[in-house]
Design a binder for this molecule. Structure first.
Ligand SMILES: [Zn+2]
Ligand SMILES: [Zn+2]
Length: 125
């Protein structure tokens, strides 16, 4: 899978194989070496797949907590939800993930989180 990130030297978007992100690369524009940012460092860097890595999951949980993000839900998260659905162009990035329980993740399906939440509240109230 491919890791898409901003080169820390020239700030242009670059892509590398995820497995090669922890080794030194050279910015060909500025002729300077750098280490690609990991998901903790660049929250909008993303993978080209629907699935995420353990490393990304740990950072999302550290940032947003271990509880399902849906207001009023007290369950521990069981999966990560693409806030903007992958099918709608939402990215597999730390920025686009919310921790969620399976029940709410299933209920949300392929909707945008904000749209779904508005509809969900209309239904329960
Ligand atoms: Zn560069
Ligand atoms: Zn929940």
């Amino acid at each position: 899978m491919i890791w898409e990130f901003k080169c820390p030297v020239c700030k242009e978007w670059k892509e590398i194989d995820w497995d090669r992100k922890d080794i030194k690369h050279t910015c060909h524009k500025m002729r300077e070496s750098y280490y690609p940012p990991n998901p903790a460092k660049q929250h909008d860097a993303y993978l080209d797949t629907h699935n995420w890595t353990i490393e990304m999951e740990e950072i999302v949980v550290k940032l947003r907590g271990e509880c399902c993000v849906v207001p009023g839900c007290i369950k521990r998260y069981q999966t990560l939800d693409h806030r903007i659905p992958y099918s709608e162009g939402g990215r597999t990035s730390v920025e686009n993930f919310f921790p969620m329980c399976y029940e709410h993740n299933d209920a949300k399906g392929d909707m945008d989180y904000d749209d779904w939440l508005a509809e969900y509240y209309r239904k329960i109230n």
